[in-house]
Design a binder for this molecule. Structure first.
Ligand SMILES: Cc1cc2nc3c(=O)[nH]c(=O)nc-3n(C[C@H](O)[C@H](O)[C@H](O)COP(=O)(O)O)c2cc1C
Length: 309
């Protein structure tokens, strides 16, 4: 049976990889190179190094494990580190037979461009522009999520188009849209340049959860944090289904949100995802999550094939 998928024109052995936020440094790439993940996602990286937010920044639902909340504040070693280390990280991934994707989070179109150029110069295979980070605060105010501004998305796409070499693939990572009309507008912008893939979805902005003692789960941002994990899966499936319908087949849709079993991967494939990516389950279970979910996925596909004979 064939389990390979296409990632923006690159062939992957199977669909499963890590999602952005789970691999920032060279040592993290080593771990993923030795795992069953089919590709390695690094980032999100920003221009300046960031220490991230303080206090409790990542928690699971204490009652049912139904969701994760995160407000890490994009901790990462910054552009200078990636300028130096990305070529070596890319080589590590390639030696393991896996493409490397770099996720850049800019605070302006110019920053997305510079981070893309860093990835391009390092020989990275795919540049993912993270247009959906919900947890960045500046001077007490939450920053605008780029995904929700069509003109901003257009500007980022067009500027990247003029500077990136034809070799590197461009993927846009987007937030979940509750307004289908806005999703459609952004899908039009995503086709205005050389976008090879759309990764959906990033965490749902400003979720909130309490501990059993009544205190808030997450410390920064008055407890408001990105919602992900199992509760995000039906939203992710619905978003992938809509994106797949709106985009030409030449643009890959990467499914993200609440994947923790092989059956979840299969469900994402049914709505049109190519590759799928995992953050919460990887954060909770470590690298073994990729081999476990891959085995379950293979079993699920085989069972479905037998049942349909
Ligand atoms: C701890 C943590 C850190 C994250 N950091 C990033 C990030 O830096 N860039 C990004 O695009 N998404 C980030 N995300 C979002 C994930 O990549 C993913 O889109 C989202 O969590 C949904 O997937 P999941 O349900 O498997 O967690 C982060 C998620 C988590 C849980």
């Amino acid at each position: 049976m064939e389990f390979g998928v296409n990632l923006a024109g690159l062939q992957l052995e199977h669909p499963i990889m890590n999602a952005a936020g789970t691999c920032k440094r060279a040592e993290d790439v080593e771990k993923l190179a030795n795992s069953a993940a089919a590709a390695i996602m690094v980032g999100s990286g920003t221009m300046a190094a960031r220490t991230g937010n303080e206090g409790n920044v990542y928690e699971m639902d204490p009652v049912r494990g139904a969701y994760s909340l995160n407000s890490l504040g994009l901790p990462n070693p910054g552009r200078l580190y990636y300028e130096q280390e990305l070529p070596r990280m890319t080589q590590t991934a390639h030696d393991a037979g896996k493409p490397l994707i770099f996720s850049g989070a800019g605070f302006s179109p110019e920053e997305y461009v510079i981070l893309g150029q860093v990835a391009d110069a390092a020989g990275v295979d795919v540049y993912e522009a993270n247009l959906g980070c919900p947890n960045v605060w500046d001077g007490g105010k939450q920053k605008r999520i780029a995904s929700f501004e069509p003109t901003l998305v257009r500007e980022i796409v067009l500027r990247l188009q003029t500077v990136l070499s034809p070799r590197i693939r461009l993927v846009l990572k987007v937030s979940p849209f509750s307004d289908p009309v806005l999703l459609e507008q952004i899908a039009i912008e995503a086709q205005s340049g050389r976008v090879a893939g759309v990764a959906c979805i990033n965490a749902f902005a400003n979720g909130f959860g309490l501990r059993l003692d009544g205190n808030r789960l997450i410390t920064p941002g008055d407890g408001l944090a990105g919602l992900a994990g199992p509760a995000l899966k039906p939203i992710g499936l619905g978003q992938v289904k809509q994106w797949r319908k709106l985009l030409p087949e030449t643009i890959t849709v990467i499914g993200i949100g609440g994947i923790s079993t092989g059956c979840d991967v299969w469900e994402y494939q049914q709505v049109g995802a190519g590759p799928v990516a995992i953050a919460t389950a990887y954060a909770n279970r470590g690298e073994k999550v990729f081999s476990q979910i891959l085995q379950e996925y293979v079993d699920t596909v085989e069972q479905k094939a037998e049942a349909s004979v």
